[in-house]
Design a binder for this molecule. Structure first.
Ligand code: PEP
Ligand code: MN
Length: 309
């Protein structure tokens, strides 16, 4: 669970609030002090946490619990490209209602000659954007030896190509951090759930599943979004389901209808790629929305969600 505090919170209020949380619940608390706000990450059994009590406190700006029935949008560029780019996009998607910032620092690319990401520098830039906005950050890990480098990342993404990298999954099972597990390009739902099981078997039960389209006979779209995965996963498990319409579609104009379908089918969250200048993006420009397009899509998604609840 992620708690964003108001900028007016005093150090005394912060200490007494975190002490109370630690006394009342079996949780560990990570703290990040930003320029505009302080963010607390609660790790442990957060199912017991009294969310109404927390939200009633004067010092609370916002709380983020994925799978609590509200809609969470993780938005940001496919690749982190510069400080100006990531901070600018973070601020605009936050204004449009995104609750998490997603951007790639380590990029798995089909061609070895394509941009591979800013790597460690990209992680630093994401942290700067978190400091500026208070938005928790989500980014992809590609190898076991990088786990320590991801210590300060709020949610670690395992990409489609690594869904069955069992050694990586086992190591992520040993850490206490939410993992966003994308479905492999040709994985069945059962194989995907078994991969989630690899993480959970190690003791880390904070797994979210992300459907990002699977490979079918169809070539018009980049992949085929499997909407049925949403109710199926919900029937077979308790895990939150996140839908990535951007990688499913491969085309920006398809993002809105696919995202709307996902919300209607009960998705807990969405990943949407947003870029300040899609034609010049270093990766996945064709499927990226501009901040203005994202704003319009987010408005429709939140009003659809409201109409459904
Ligand atoms: C990504 O999320 O930027 C990505 C590479 O996605 P996927 O692993 O779903 O292809
Ligand atoms: Mn991408």
């Amino acid at each position: 669970m992620i708690i964003v505090l108001k900028p007016t919170t005093t150090p005394e209020q912060l200490v007494s609030f975190t002490e109370k949380l630690k006394n009342d619940y079996d949780v560990k608390i990570n703290r990040w002090d930003g320029v505009h706000s302080t963010v607390l990450g609660l790790i442990g059994d957060t199912t017991q946490v009294d969310i109404e009590y927390i939200e009633a406190q004067d010092i609370i700006n916002d709380t983020v619990t994925i799978g609590d029935g509200s809609l969470h949008i993780m938005a940001g560029p496919c690749s982190v490209e510069s400080e100006q780019q990531i901070v600018g996009i973070a601020k605009s998607v936050q204004q449009s209602g995104a609750t998490l910032l997603r951007g790639g620092a380590f990029k798995p690319r089909t061609s070895p000659y394509a941009f591979q990401g800013l790597k460690a520098e990209g992680l630093d830039l994401l942290k700067i954007a978190r400091k500026e906005t208070g938005l928790p950050i989500v980014t992809e890990i590609m190898r076991v030896s990088h786990i320590d480098m991801f210590e300060n990342v709020d949610i670690i993404q395992v990409g489609a190509r690594n869904m069955q990298n069992f050694e990586l999954l086992k190591e992520l099972g040993k850490i206490d951090k939410p993992i966003l597990l994308k479905r492999g390009l040709s994985a069945t739902i059962e194989e995907w759930l078994m991969s989630a099981e690899y993480i959970m078997a190690g003791g880390n039960d904070k797994v979210m599943l992300c459907e990002r389209g699977i490979r079918t006979y169809e070539t018009f779209t980049r992949n085929t979004l499997d909407i049925s995965a949403i109710p199926v996963i919900k029937k077979l498990s308790h895990l939150p389901v996140i839908i990535d319409p951007s990688h499913a579609a491969g085309k920006s104009w398809l993002v809105e209808p696919l995202a709307m379908a996902a919300v209607a089918a009960g998705a807990d969250g969405l990943i949407i790629e947003v870029h300040n200048d899609p034609p010049h993006a270093l990766s996945d420009g064709a499927q990226s929305l501009t901040p203005a397009q994202f704003d319009a899509v987010a408005k429709k998604l939140f009003s659809l969600k409201k109409a459904l609840t």
